[in-house]
Design a protein around this ligand. Structure first.
Ligand SMILES: O=C(O)c1ccccc1N[C@@H]1O[C@H](COP(=O)(O)O)[C@@H](O)[C@H]1O
Length: 172
């Protein structure tokens, strides 16, 4: 996405919306250009960025972890101590994210000490179970609320949010 497109999208958002800028192993200059031009609330690093890289921009950030084994999560939690949260996503050999695939939620360690954002293949049909099993601080979704690749569907988004909120409230 270009900076111009990002600015356009952000300008149309309602007040108090958290603006997340997602990067996968970016050049530092690109992150700086985005942060200088767009009112970003939170950086999401979705590649193999080490902690010192993530911290260099002096912005709140989340570190994504592609989970294959529990140790993946423990290592990233131990190294990215200043992250506002760990975003747990599915591992994939081809894609950095946006895979539409779930991972084995039993691999998520308990009492991690950092807020967990659960991602990976969530949709309106499975998010309630995901919330019950993992008890994350938040959930994230991309392909599960799309009508076609890259096209978000407002009806699917509303269903997803309703299902996630109901589960968080403990509604059966
Ligand atoms: O959505 C993308 O295209 C994307 C590309 C590269 C890295 C991450 C990406 N999205 C993030 O991936 C996870 C899970 O997505 P999905 O629900 O399984 O499609 C989520 O955190 C997105 O923010």
């Amino acid at each position: 996405m270009s900076i111009a497109s990002a600015k356009q999208i952000v300008a149309a958002l309602p007040p108090l919306t958290t603006v997340v800028a997602l990067f996968v192993d970016p050049e530092p200059a690109w992150v700086k250009s985005v942060c200088d031009a767009v009112p970003v609330s939170l950086l999401q690093f979705h590649g193999s960025e080490p902690a010192d890289f993530c911290e260099a921009f002096r912005r709140p950030y989340m570190k994504a972890v592609r989970v294959s084994v529990s140790e993946d999560v423990l290592i990233q939690a131990a190294t990215h101590t200043l992250a506002r949260g760990l975003l747990l996503d599915s591992a994939d050999e081809q894609l950095a994210g946006g895979t539409g695939k779930t991972f084995d939620w039993s691999l998520v360690p308990r009492d991690l000490g950092a807020p967990i954002v659960l991602a990976g293949g969530l949709n309106a049909d499975n998010v309630a179970e995901a919330v019950r099993v993992v008890e994350p601080a938040a959930v994230d979704v991309s392909t599960g609320v799309e009508s076609a690749p890259g096209i978000k569907d407002p009806v699917k988004m509303a269903s997803f949010i309703n299902a996630a909120r109901a589960a968080a409230r403990g509604d059966s």
